[in-house]
Write a protein that binds this ligand. Structure first.
Ligand code: FE
Length: 390
């Protein structure tokens, strides 16, 4: 790589505005140059005396190094997640919905319970992914000081917008009442409670004055991180995912299921990113993780799981063909304990076996080759998640 030496720096135009004043003549140009002069661009916004950043100076939070300088890398794993996520790009309209439309519009193809499950899942997800997207944009991205993490978060924000597009696309394709579905989170209490739980844990980062100390603020943000990545994306989506994907195993609504499978793949990456970020902050800022704080985080995960169980009882009180209601509750308890373990916390529900083993098989998207009626398209360029070889 070429580097500038001092001799070359000496030949640079030192004052770009003065340089342009030499040749511009119109009143508009002079006004524009005066505007530039007032901005005082060479003083303040960028530390021109600063040295190139060192990887060791980077931190996930409280970092003092320049967030606009991606390299040198410190968090290679976060960069790798950005590459993996980018390789998984997909768009909702690439998925055929013909069979779904026919099944949805034909009486007797789906039971009333199945129809309610699909609408409830869409009703919750369509708002939930928006809550996540806004929280990432307005709070988490600002709090994080590692450029590698911000790079992944930018990709995740895009994915959340694609998920919202997918729900809208399914709702429109099946001819559902859009206003009814999108407004459902206000009208179904078990759904309202979940969204409100998540919004309750968001933090207004623009006003840090209400936190007595920096530690208090960071602990509130860590709870926000857990609420979004672990509970919202790692528990609150799972009754809906498991219900709709179990219908897909019986060839019901194959296009909708394919969309959900792509979303599940994205969401499991979001969950892992959030857990890895949480655990790295634990290494970098161990003093934040007091016994009292850890106890509170464990209680948060348990409380979120109880809300998801209430939602499951409301949404599929009898289960549907393929699972019964108690299997769903055991499944939610089983994954909640896995989330607690991932955070380094003691398990709570202690369900020994995963009643939906097939869900973990769907996570890696390599098994159950003939699961969908039509062959799943290979959307991606990465060999690491190629769908051709499953
Ligand atoms: Fe997500």
């Amino acid at each position: 790589m070429t580097s500038y030496n001092d001799a070359k720096l000496d030949t640079l135009i030192q004052d770009p505005i003065a340089e342009m004043r030499r040749t511009v003549a119109t009143p508009e140009e002079i006004e524009a140059l005066n505007y530039l002069q007032d901005l005082d661009l060479m003083n303040g916004a960028i530390d021109t005396q600063g040295q190139p950043i060192r990887a060791d100076d980077k931190m996930i939070i409280r970092g003092k190094s320049d967030v606009n300088q991606l390299i040198p890398f410190k968090y290679e794993w976060a960069w790798q997640k950005y590459l993996d996520a980018s390789a998984n790009h997909w768009m909702p309209q690439e998925v055929a919905m013909t069979k779904d439309i026919s099944q949805w519009k034909t009486e007797g193809e789906l039971t009333e319970d199945e129809r309610m499950i699909v609408m409830r899942a869409l009703g919750f997800f369509s708002t939930a992914d928006s809550v996540v997207m806004n929280n990432l944009t307005l709070a988490i991205n600002e709090w994080i000081t590692s450029p590698e993490h911000r790079q992944y978060i930018a990709t995740q924000i895009k994915e959340e917008s694609i998920h919202q597009h997918a729900y809208q696309y399914i709702i429109e394709s099946l001819g559902m009442d859009q206003e009814f579905v999108f407004n459902m989170y206000r009208k179904v209490p078990s759904m309202t409670a979940k969204s409100a739980w998540c919004i309750h844990h968001t933090v207004d980062v623009s006003d840090r004055s209400k936190f007595a100390t920096e530690d208090d603020f960071d602990r509130a943000m860590l709870k926000n991180l857990v609420s979004q990545y672990v509970v919202m994306e790692g528990i609150f989506f799972y009754c809906g995912f498991a219900s709709v994907l179990s219908m897909g195993r019986r060839n019901k609504l194959p296009g909708t299921c394919e969309q959900f499978q792509y979303i599940l793949r994205d969401e499991s990456m979001h969950l892992n990113f959030g857990v890895d970020t949480y655990n790295q902050i634990k290494i970098e800022q161990p003093h934040l993780f007091t016994p009292e704080f850890n106890k509170h985080v464990r209680m948060m995960v348990i409380s979120g799981t109880l809300l998801e169980i209430a939602f499951a009882r409301d949404t599929a009180p009898r289960g549907i063909l393929g699972y019964n209601a108690s299997d769903m509750e055991d499944y939610l308890k089983f994954i909640a304990d896995r989330r607690l373990e991932q955070l380094g916390l003691e398990v709570f529900f202690k369900v020994k076996n995963n009643p939906f083993q097939w869900m973990s098989e769907m996570m890696d998207l390599r098994k159950e080759r003939n699961f969908f009626e039509r062959k799943i398209l290979d959307y991606q360029s990465s060999s690491s998640l190629s769908w051709d070889d499953f």
